[in-house]
Ligand binder design. Structure first.
Ligand SMILES: CC(C)(COP(=O)(O)OP(=O)(O)OC[C@H]1O[C@@H](n2cnc3c(N)ncnc32)[C@H](O)[C@@H]1OP(=O)(O)O)[C@@H](O)C(=O)NCCC(=O)NCCS
Length: 298
């Protein structure tokens, strides 16, 4: 198979095409998720744009796919640009190593350019072949860290308030961290941080810090943590203890080396990753300082 000979197709042709794409995600990622997660990822607007669905088709059917989901990005300095994020990229196991994903990178760049966008982004772990392909395609690679508590007990805080986040229509506290960040309309923020596939909980130490946590089976994703630097160690300890009390590990994503160091000190297991940043056109350089939280991602 030569990836250049495959047909590139945009969008879903119907319900059965969606079902096949969803099945391919579950094959390639091993338990990618349910239909609710599929709809949340692929049928929700970002930056007022529907995700672009790209598929490469051989005579026997689609063998690779990837979506581009959109965000507004505020680059440090204040300029806002449209970014597309490569989301849920897959190649069927027996079609790998023939350039399908490499071709989907090029198709994603074209989709972002057609949407008037300036950046193509992808969140990748260091060990994933996608990291090498994006690097080879010329993307800037900005370090990220995936951090997971590993049996760490944490320090319980009896003053915690934890309630269902459903009904929260806007971010409880405006973000204060500096750096290039995603920005949302009110509805987009609600859909991204609260209306997620799994239940989201607002956990607070009133007057000190506020977090949003998504309760996935087996682990709790720390979506946002608004806390002053001096309150962060106690907040992480309390959130870890809170998650573990319910049989979950706490999973955090960060683009800040000091936050990664804090989590490491607390016994979190850390995996290296990158945000691949491909600049389309010359409107901005590759931003180096990002403030992207777990909740900004899938
Ligand atoms: C990651 C993934 C999408 C890559 O898909 P792929 O279509 O195999 O990717 P490519 O074929 O473009 O590149 C894979 C390798 O084949 C090589 N290759 C590309 N074209 C080739 C060709 N024509 N002939 C031989 N080798 C080729 C590439 O150089 C690359 O080599 P490397 O791993 O040493 O860097 C696929 O492995 C997958 O679905 N993994 C599971 C899901 C996943 O992790 N998705 C990514 C999440 S970020």
């Amino acid at each position: 198979m030569n990836a250049e000979e495959l047909t590139l197709r945009h969008g879903f042709s119907g319900r059965s095409d969606e079902e096949r794409y969803w099945a391919a995600l579950n094959t390639c990622f091993g338990g990618w998720g349910d239909r609710r997660r599929f709809d949340w990822c692929f049928t929700r607007d970002g930056a007022r744009r529907r995700p672009d669905i790209l598929q490469l088709e051989s005579p026997r059917g689609p063998i690779a796919g990837s979506a581009v989901t959109y965000r507004m990005v505020r680059v440090a300095g204040g300029v806002e640009v449209i970014a597309g994020i490569m989301t849920g990229s897959w190649t069927l196991p027996d079609a790998r190593g023939a350039g399908a994903f490499t071709r989907l990178i090029a198709a994603s760049r074209e989709a972002v350019a057609a949407a008037g966008g300036t950046l193509l982004l992808a969140f990748v772990t260091a060990a994933n072949p996608s990291r090498r392909r994006l690097d080879a395609a010329g993307a800037g690679m900005v370090p990220t860290w995936y951090c997971r508590s590993a049996g760490t007990a944490g320090q319980r805080d009896d003053g915690l308030r934890a309630v269902a986040a459903a009904g929260i229509a806007q971010r409880p506290i405006a973000p204060t961290a500096a750096g290039t960040c995603f920005c949302y309309t009110g509805d987009e923020w609600q859909g991204q941080f609260v209306g997620r596939p799994d239940d989201v909980r607002l956990v607070q130490r009133p007057g000190r810090w506020t977090a949003l946590v998504e309760l996935a089976p087996g682990f709790a994703r720390l979506l946002t943590l608004d806390a002053a630097p001096g309150d962060r160690p106690a907040a992480i300890d309390a959130l870890t203890a809170h998650a573990r009390h319910e049989g979950r590990e706490l999973f955090a994503f960060t683009m800040h080396a000091d936050e990664c160091a804090l989590l490491r000190e607390r016994g979190f297991v850390v995996g290296d990753g990158f945000l691949a940043v491909d600049v389309i056109g010359q409107a901005v350089g590759v931003p180096q300082h990002w403030h992207v939280e777990h909740g900004d991602r899938m």
